[in-house]
Structures are given as C-alpha cells and as structure tokens.
Design a protein around this ligand. Structure first.
Ligand code: URA
Ligand code: SF4
Length: 214
C-alpha cells in the first residue's frame, strides 16, 4: 500500500463547531488513511448537550455499513448494561475515539483490527471538538483505546476503572472521566463462566458514572 502522510484531523475540524457542524464536516476528513477502506465516517450521535458522554473504540462492521455508533452486537450489550444501570441512553451522547472502521480482509469477511496509537492521535481533534461542543459532566471511556483518546495517555483499565478521574486537558470543562471495559470484551465472554461477573462489573462502573451526575 502506498505511503500515506498522516496529518491528523485538525485541518478538517471546524473551529468552535457545534455537534451538527462537526458531523457535517467529518465525511471530508483525510487525517489518516482509515477513510480509504471504510464505507463511511461514523460520527458521534445523541443529545448534543448531554451531561453524559460515552466513548467507544471505533465503529464495527455494522456501524460502518449503517453510519451510526453502537448499532451492532456490542451496542446491544451496552444498551442492556445502561438499562441495568438506570441510565437513559437517549439522553447521552455516544461516540468513538476513532471515527473510521479499521479491519483486515479474510476472504470476504472484514475482521476488526484495533486502531493503532497513531490513529487514536490522528482522530483525537474530533473527539476533543465533541467534548468541547457537548460539554458533558461525566465521560465514560469504554476500553483502553477510548481511555487513551479521552485521557491523552496510556491507561490500564483494570487498574483505573470504576472511579472518577480528572479530565486531562480540560477539553470538557470540569468533566470527570470513568474508565470501564469495552462491551465487545464482555460480549466475547458470552457462554463462559466469566460472563456474568464481567457484565455485572460493567454495570457497576456505569452506576458509578450515573451517581456522579446526581
Ligand atoms: N464498538 C465500538 O467501540 N464502537 C462502536 O460504535 C461499535 C462497536
Ligand atoms: Fe479522519 Fe479519524 Fe477517519 Fe482518520 S479515522 S480519516 S482521522 S475521521
């Protein structure tokens, strides 16, 4: 594959844009090479001035086809966990640390491939702009990629999950950040003895986030 200069998203992000303006500009982004093989950009969606923002990793196969975050199997598990935690997901804003689907072709199947640190960095101007535009009080980072995008540093989810962390750059003023696992990681445990415990732990972390809003 030809070398691709990875300038990062900044030059495509409208300065001070609200969520609608950001969403409208995102399809033009050429901040990294991931746009080339993906079907479309998957921007954040939900309540544009939400008190709670949920950040995932990157769109999956179905999100890439449909163009909305968390509409596939991981999204259904997340929806169940939010319901169990008493969170009204329609009042939240949901997005991803990386806005294009990264995958590997195996025959006709597109297998999810985690974004590299360089992709998280390239796409970070979108996430920062969303944080500024939405202005959430609490940000839940789902998994290590989201944690890195939100905190701007590597984080061990196992060690730091489930408690209020300070927002790093003040991208969202005074927001507190709660790390938890990615719902796909819980989904993979379905049918194993570990599933119930991990699902319960995800719900507990979401409850911690909800309590910060009270
Ligand atoms: N996994 C994510 O991290 N985000 C999505 O939008 C879907 C699956
Ligand atoms: Fe732009 Fe992010 Fe897509 Fe890369 S992944 S092209 S930085 S929107």
């Amino acid at each position: 594959m030809a070398e691709f200069a990875r300038p990062g998203a900044q030059e495509w992000v409208p300065d001070g844009g609200d969520v609608a303006e950001l969403r409208a500009a995102a399809p033009d982004c050429r901040g990294c090479e991931l746009y080339r093989d993906a079907t479309q950009v998957v921007f954040g969606s939900g309540t544009s001035r939400a008190r709670l923002m949920l950040v995932g990793e990157q769109p999956g196969d179905q999100e890439d086809r449909i163009g909305e975050p968390f509409v596939g199997p991981a999204g259904r598990l997340l929806g169940d966990a939010l319901g169990e935690a008493g969170i009204d997901s329609s009042a939240a804003y949901v997005t991803n640390a990386v806005k294009h689907f990264r995958f590997e072709l195996r025959g006709k199947r597109r297998l999810h491939k985690s974004p590299a640190v360089a992709h998280i960095g390239a796409c970070n101007p979108w996430l920062e702009a969303e944080l500024k535009a939405v202005g959430p009080e609490v940000v839940v980072a789902l998994g290590a990629t989201a944690a890195r995008g939100v905190l701007g540093r590597p984080a061990k989810v196992g060690a730091e999950r489930g408690r209020a962390l300070p927002d790093r750059l003040g991208a969202a003023e005074d927001a507190r950040v709660v790390l938890t696992v990615h719902p796909s990681a819980v989904l993979r445990l379905r049918g194993t003895p570990d599933f119930d415990g991990e699902f319960a732990a995800l719900i507990a972390d979401l409850r911690t986030a909800a309590a910060l809003l009270e």
